[in-house]
Design a protein around this ligand. Structure first.
Ligand SMILES: [Zn+2]
Length: 591
């Protein structure tokens, strides 16, 4: 891994000038932006702290302990910002995002935490303020957290105690908007009267509609029914502009969270929207696209490889192809992650494979040769693999496959095990031995701890989200949010949630008090590292960005408090005050 930290020497000249002291004249090389009086945590071992950062164009041109020296770069057009002692870090890089899904939870209905009529009505009012008149309100995923709140015993029990919405709760509010909302498991849908009318179902019910005691449709509609088909057939698909607006809302959320780059699980239609937003000057986060592993050979045949823009085919540090994403197993949330021993609460279930590793119809028989061949095809096209592996067996099989590639002489730089959620004791040292990155999702701890032990027991849970054990064994951590989550769990993207989860290992309500398996808590320093320089290294660009250093790209986040000094219980209070991407201030918080 060491070779990835190669130092950039191109800016030595600027550094030498900086150390010559302040000059009274306008400098030959005036800066565009000077940040003064900061507590700048650079993530560089040679100079861990600084006071001032000088930016020219999109490059950090000096990092200084003395504000006076920084002022020497001031020209007539230089913006000078006094940070008044605020905490500055390299811009946060989110190593795992599903960008395409994120905006719909902002601009369309999000009912994941809603389990009563009042919550439903409130959410409809919120969405009305965003959409144009007549637009469909869709999505929702109601009941996601009601299910988890009930625990495993009650889960799957569709008893009367469960909240179910009806159309009369939302009709008055949504009269100008047809609605088709769904439960988190997509077993039930809710149509308002406007939608029923559009499908001709208000007075003329067909199979699949729930009726009340008077025989009147309540608006609830069952999965796979003729009624659902009818409504879907009249629903207007989201327009291109609405998709773009969802993207814009997601980009705004990223800016406000101090995130300067995402490693996105790319879909072709979203990739085209990124290209359009970039052309419009609206793309305010760098995007490292991770297409599906199966696309490696095709992309290679079209002349694409890692680092190249998906439209121009030229190198582009703002929007470009990154690694190929693959999956070995399922997820914990559905008992699909692959284990050596069965789930404690499902004694016949060991989890399952995914199509990259299995041709079996029920995904019960693994075929690592299949993935081996796909990875080779990707490598030939110049793409490294980033592979999802969650259960202890999934992780072990993936490490075996990487080891096989290493023994063939393949350089494993940039290879990741994505999630690496449950690891056997003997597999921890293998990450360092192979030089494979553990891409982890700390916020999953805050969400999953509620049911983890009842699913895999105490012993196996010791190796779950075991970040300190990974660090003790020399592994490199890469943080990602997995924003916006699955249909059953919402994963927050703001860095405060991820840092809180990794450092405190509690829920958002600070339970359990000492943290879940507290020996696996990591320091704030390690969390910041996993969120900044490590993610640049994980994208094979550690030499050009990811820390605050002269010569690197100017991606900088200003926080309202020093995370290294505050009580860790207060991490969730943190705000981002400023976000700088590629030398541009893309967000400033009003204070
Ligand atoms: Zn994901």
């Amino acid at each position: 891994m060491g070779r990835l930290f190669t130092t950039s020497t191109s800016l030595f000249a600027v550094l030498l000038m900086a150390s010559c002291g302040p000059s009274t004249d306008v400098p030959d090389n005036p800066a565009d932006l000077i940040l003064l009086n900061g507590r700048v945590y650079t993530m560089e071992e040679d100079q861990p702290w600084a006071s001032a950062v000088v930016v020219t164009g999109n490059i950090i041109t000096a990092v200084l302990d003395d504000d006076g020296e920084a002022r020497a770069f001031r020209g007539p057009d230089t913006e000078v910002i006094d940070l008044r002692g605020r905490f500055v870090v390299p811009g946060f890089i989110d190593g795992h995002v599903h960008f395409n899904n994120a905006g719909s939870l902002i601009n369309d209905a999000n009912l994941m935490a809603v389990a009563d009529d009042q919550g439903l009505a409130e959410e409809m009012r919120r969405v009305l303020g965003i959409l144009d008149e007549g637009e469909w309100i869709t999505g929702g995923l109601w009941g996601a957290y009601e299910e988890w709140g009930l625990g495993a015993e009650a889960a799957g029990d569709k008893s009367e105690t469960r909240w179910a919405p009806n159309r009369w709760v939302i009709d008055e509010i949504t009269v100008n908007h047809p609605c088709l909302l769904n439960s988190f498991d997509s077993e039930l849908f809710l149509a308002n009267t406007t939608a029923l009318r559009a499908a001709g179902l208000e007075d003329d019910p067909v199979a699949g509609m729930q009726l009340n005691d008077e025989g009147v449709p309540t608006g609830l509609i069952y999965r796979g029914s003729p009624a659902l088909e009818r409504i879907r057939s009249v629903r207007t698909p989201k327009s291109h502009e609405r998709h773009l607006n969802e993207n814009r809302a997601a980009l705004k959320a990223l800016r406000e969270a101090g995130i300067v780059e995402i490693h996105d699980i790319a879909r072709p239609d979203q990739t085209a929207r990124f290209v359009e937003l970039q052309r419009n000057g609206e793309l305010t986060a760098r995007v490292w696209l991770r297409p599906d592993l199966s696309q490696g050979a095709d992309l290679g045949a079209q002349g694409f490889t890692m680092g190249l823009h998906p439209d121009s085919g030229e190198p582009d540090p703002f929007l470009r192809y990154g690694a190929l994403k693959a999956y070995i197993d399922g997820i914990m949330g559905t008992h699909g992650a692959l284990f050596f021993e069965p789930y404690d609460d499902q004694p016949d279930n060991y989890g399952h494979y995914r199509p990259h590793t299995s041709d079996h119809p029920q995904l019960q028989v693994g075929n690592m040769e299949k993935m081996y061949n796909l990875i080779h095809a990707g490598l030939e096209a110049g793409f490294v693999p980033n592979v999802h592996a969650i259960g202890d067996r999934g992780v072990a099989l993936m490490l075996d496959l990487y080891e096989r590639l290493m023994n063939e002489g393949v350089d494993l730089s940039g290879f990741r095990v994505i999630h690496a959620q449950v690891i056997r004791p003997q597999d921890f040292p293998r990450f360092q031995q192979l030089g494979v990155i553990a891409e982890v999702n700390p916020y999953h701890i805050s969400d999953d701890m509620r049911w983890m032990e009842e699913r895999i027991g105490y012993e196996r849970s010791k190796g779950a989200y075991a970040f300190q054990s990974l660090l003790d064994n020399g592994a490199m951590l890469s943080f990602g949010s997995d924003w916006p989550g699955t249909s059953a769990a919402e994963y927050h993207m703001h860095p405060k949630y991820l840092i809180h989860a990794a450092v405190n290992r509690t829920t958002l309500n600070h339970t359990p008090e000492d943290g879940w398996f507290p020996e696996e808590k990591i320091s704030v320093h390690e969390a910041l590292k996993a969120f900044t320089i490590n993610n640049a290294v994980a994208a094979l660009e550690g030499d050009i960005r990811g820390s605050i250093k002269a010569g690197k790209l100017a991606d900088i986040t200003v926080c309202d408090r020093n995370l290294l000094e505050i009580d860790p219980d207060d991490i969730l209070e943190m705000n981002v005050d400023m976000t700088i991407v590629d030398g541009e201030i893309v967000f400033r918080r009003d204070r």
